[in-house]
Write a protein that binds this ligand. Structure first.
Ligand SMILES: [Zn+2]
Ligand SMILES: [Zn+2]
Length: 340
């Protein structure tokens, strides 16, 4: 079994260039993990990447998707239309990828509820909705999905992948693990990225207690002792456990900053906390910033450190020990190889 073929694809909008991974290229059962955004330029890039291995869209047997975001699923429908590929994704994300009208409407409705809850000003809301509308037309005809759950086995020509549910950034986010000489590897989608910390709270408004779920996801990755992770964006990660611990530590520090903001400026809503943390935001960050702030506030609320009042989140236990909220970090850090 060899390294996957990594096809790098343009994306000026979200977390940086996307990766699609091609497995089993010469087995007659070619499998693609993720498909990138459905713009004409990226379609040409993906076609060129496949052509280097003598393949076209019609030769793809199977597509597996890490999560519903447009920059990962965009071209899946076109690939399926070309040759009838089976397209698979987690059951929680399948209806959104299929653009089921009820699922899309429920997502929109939840966004609007949260914009109110976060205290997003009208002008920012309008700017964000205009930004999101620009992307309405970059999703082609959606694929029809054969859903999977956690722990499913998916054949990929020269072996198989095991699905690993890694919620937080998205409800259905799934990594794909496979055994290899030298240790198991994980196709991590946006659950584990190098340098960049994946957004939680804004990136999928359907996820309740998103930070708590994502911390569990990071512990799951750290515990997996993967020899390598192949992320949805940017370069491979050679020590996934170390990277997971790094992101856990980062979230703990961010939580401390949120407590600091409330101590100085509270009570405050998520929008105000976001402004203190991140300053002025543009584009997709108008969604991600307050979403991230809210995910941290909800996590603090669950731990009894803040309470939600009419005036916003109020600090009730300013001197609390955040260890209670980050048992995950303690577990991961105590592992051999964890730093502190
Ligand atoms: Zn994503
Ligand atoms: Zn992404």
């Amino acid at each position: 079994m060899s390294d996957p073929v990594r096809i790098r694809l343009g994306n000026r909008v979200f977390e940086g260039r996307n990766n699609a991974y091609l497995l089993g290229a010469d087995t007659g059962e070619a499998t693609l993990i993720d498909t990138a955004i459905a713009t004409p330029e990226v379609r040409t890039e993906l076609e060129a990447g496949l052509a280097e291995h003598g393949l076209g869209f019609a030769d793809i047997e199977r597509v597996v998707l890490t999560h519903w975001h447009e920059d990962h699923v965009g071209l899946a429908g076109a690939i399926q239309a070309a040759g009838g590929a089976t397209v698979r994704a987690h059951a929680a994300d399948a209806p959104v990828i299929e653009q089921d009208p009820d699922a899309v409407a429920a997502m929109r409705e939840r966004q609007h509820e949260l914009f109110d809850e976060w205290g997003m000003p009208e002008a920012a809301r309008e700017e964000l909705l205009a930004f999101l509308d620009r992307f309405e037309d970059i999703t082609d005809e959606p694929p029809s999905i054969e859903p999977f759950e956690d722990g499913a086995h998916v054949p990929v020509g020269d072996g198989e992948l095991e699905t690993v549910h890694l919620p937080g950034h998205a409800a259905g986010l799934t990594g794909f693990a496979r055994a290899r000489e030298g240790g198991p590897e994980l196709f991590s989608g946006d659950a584990l990225l190098p340098r960049y910390t994946p957004n939680v709270g804004g990136a999928d408004v359907r996820v309740e207690r998103a930070l708590e779920k994502y911390l569990d996801t990071l512990v799951c990755i750290a515990d997996g002792e993967f020899a390598r992770a192949w992320p949805g964006h940017r370069d491979p990660i050679d020590d996934p456990t170390e990277r997971a611990v790094e992101i856990l530590t980062h979230h703990r520090e961010r939580t401390e900053r949120v407590v600091g903001v409330l101590a100085e400026h509270g009570p405050a809503d998520a929008w105000t906390v976001s402004a203190h943390l991140f300053g002025d935001l543009e584009g997709i960050h108008v969604l991600h910033g307050p979403g991230e702030a809210d995910a941290h506030l909800v996590h603090l609320e669950a731990g009894g450190i803040v309470e939600h009042t009419e005036a916003g989140y109020r600090l009730v236990e300013p001197d609390s020990d955040l260890d209670e909220l980050f048992p995950a970090a303690a577990v991961a850090a105590s592992r051999p190889g964890g730093d502190d």
